[in-house]
Ligand binder design. Sequence first.
Ligand SMILES: Cc1ncc(C[n+]2csc(CCOP(=O)(O)OP(=O)(O)O)c2C)c(N)n1
Ligand code: SF4
Length: 679
Amino acid sequence: MTAKSKTLDGQPVSLQDKWTADQGVVVMNGTQAIARVLLAQATLDRRRGISSAGYISGYRGSPLGSVDTTLWSIARRLESANILFQPGVNEDIAATAIRGTQQLNSVPSARYDGVFAAWYGKGPGVDRSGDAFKHGNYAGTHPQGGVLIFYGDDHAGKSSTVAHQSEQAVAASLIPSLYPADVQDVLSYGLLGFALSRYSGSWVGIKCVNEVAEQTATVELDLDHFQPILPPLLPDVPKEIHIQQASYNPLREEQIVVEHRLPLVHAFVRANRLDGIMIRAETPALGLITAGKSYGDVRAALALLGLDEAEAGAVGISLYKVGCIWPLEPIGIRDFATGQAVLFVVEEKKSFLEQQVAATLINQAHRPWVIGKLDEEGAPLLSSVMPLEPMDIAFAIAARLERLGRLDERMRAQLEALASTSVAANAIAVRRLPFFCSGCPHSRSTRVPEGSLSMTGIGCHTMVALVRPQQALLPTQMGGEGGNWIGLAPFTNTKHIFQNMGDGTYYHSGLLAIRAAVAARVNITYKILYNDAVAMTGGQPVDGPISVATIACQVRNEGVARIVVLSDDPSRHQGNPELPVGVTIGHRDELDAVQQELRDTPGCTVLIYEQTCAAEKRRRRKRGSYPNPPKRLFIAREVCEGVGTARYNRPASVWSPWKLHWVASGRSTNPVATRTTVA
Ligand SMILES: Cc1ncc(C[n+]2csc(CCOP(=O)(O)OP(=O)(O)O)c2C)c(N)n1
Ligand code: SF4
């Protein structure tokens, strides 16, 4: 039971309200809103007499790195709402499972009227799931099911190996995309998205950027009055808009999507006002068109210019918020464009809305200027790469007003003040590189012998490319680890390479890359870094049964000739009957010698390096599920405050003068130094 507090007006409130309340104001973050959409859909169905179940699957990754932990934290609530959470082994298998939920009536004995389903994943997961998305979306949804695709986009590339903008990839599978501007929108678009998916038969994407997924906000719930408008279906709409158990006919499927489902999407967007005019100028001059995160930035930009809604309208600014960024609903845009001199599309990354706006208006008799990535003269205006800041947008809006003769003295003074603030802000910008946590297994495991090279992979261990860039090449995509060596090895005199791979990645897709390396007969040593967690995304468990012995057996069956296990505690493995014959077990201190040996062994070899993630150890120790270390290192507080949590990358000479004290506990800490081989 959670203790209840009271608000100023005497109403009891609880942190659980975000899960239980159907009405009123609650606090939640963007990730929790995704989970709440599913719970709310279950409630709505129950109220309408639909016996539905829910299903969610996907794969973690920033900015949707904690969807799974959020869902685990409300496991009982999900269960009682008939919602099944099945973490995917990877994104495309998860997407395929989502497709399965819509095939409820393809086999006898359905237990529910329909299954509403949601997929989650980050940009790279969208990219690798294109085939599954297209197959699933073309097949369609169940009329009482529905599919949402929550896709995470890291525009700034701040937690990714590639900066992402995924709406083009989602649109390539002909899946419409809604783009929430804040947590409130996640909830509204989520529920409207399910309604749209059931109505049109289409899968529906929900674009989630870092700033929205990681935002915590007060939101208003009103399930009692949630009533999506379903425009009447025209008589020519075929029954195949929803999934059918039909004969094989790919062209007909495509025709259904293009000629029937997408027009229904437009009708739904229009009827439910997913796109709308937020500010209407008295005498229109400058029409701002924007969506999602940029909508908030445009609002902030107007505030920086000292303009509230009425003042913006008075100087000729109108504002159009697009909820459905693809396919852009044309009637609303044409209506908004009427009488405008300039339409300024404010969006991050590559032009997506702007192209659709231009295409919608190109044949109109009255065509305002359409600008965004380029200005009225064709010169660059808003970056197609860098995230946009309200300040940049404010200056760009002001320049448009100046050209239109709408900039007054008050705004000019405001701009001058802004210009001086932005110079001061740039002067204090600091960049800090990430670094391994103290005690991280990867800071040792990723070392290679003198003269050798390694390739990094997806996971915390990739930071070695920042720490020892001369020895470590930048990573490929998750699951591609070592694939690039297959293409490179035949054309270089470099004889061998080490390839790092986390255990999470191994389970997600990495095993297939090892199979490819064996098939291509390249000289490569995979270092499978078994840290017992999918660490970089928050320390989740690997999504199925995995152990050092299982990995050893699997790679042996793939044809890997030589396998070595190094561990901080080799005694854990000695005498383990599950390890295949011929596997050598040693202590991690032998890393250098073992690597030299593997380097000289022809073909594909595997080194499994076992040591638990240090952050995970700390978490487990707090929960009492991991033994405390028998020996601890204390650093004199008078010499340095905060050591142990600081992660600054300092040269060794800086460390040396510090006073270090080893304090041993009763247990022996001597490593088992001898190497053994399973016979
Ligand atoms: C296709 C894809 N899905 C998800 C991610 C997000 N992601 C980045 S690091 C990571 C965890 C990798 O875990 P593991 O291989 O165990 O390495 P560790 O972080 O534990 O060192 C994930 C899931 C990604 N980069 N690519
Ligand atoms: S979270 Fe774990 S694996 Fe990642 S850097 Fe920290 S200790 Fe290393």
